[in-house]
Write a new protein. Structure first.
Length: 100
């Protein structure tokens, strides 16, 4: 196996890792929005865990929009954060693959 082949394989592995991690984070944000919209029990351990994870990965967008309806606020703010994660992940994956 040549150096070029090893580099391409390494870049492909890195790109896949970035894609998986970025997508997982975005899905946590989407799950938080879904649980909020579906009135999941806020005292449930799963709901609490997802909300805490989503708060870590919301990119500071949790108070960007401040509508009167709390569900709309979660949908807009965390939904936007999920879109940003999806977009940034896609761009970084393309960059890593092109550099190889």
């Amino acid at each position: 196996m040549g150096v070029g082949t090893a580099t391409r394989r390494g870049a492909a592995l890195l790109a896949n890792a970035v894609r998986i991690i970025g997508t997982a984070i975005a899905l946590v944000l989407v799950l938080h929005v879904a649980l909020t919209l579906l009135d999941a029990n806020p005292a449930n351990h799963l709901t609490i865990y997802v909300a805490e994870l989503a708060a870590r990965f919301n990119l500071g967008l949790d108070d960007l929009f401040l509508p009167d309806e709390p569900k709309l606020a979660v949908t807009l703010n965390y939904g936007l954060a999920a879109l940003v994660w999806f977009g940034v992940t896609a761009v970084v994956v393309r960059i890593v693959r092109r550099l190889a």
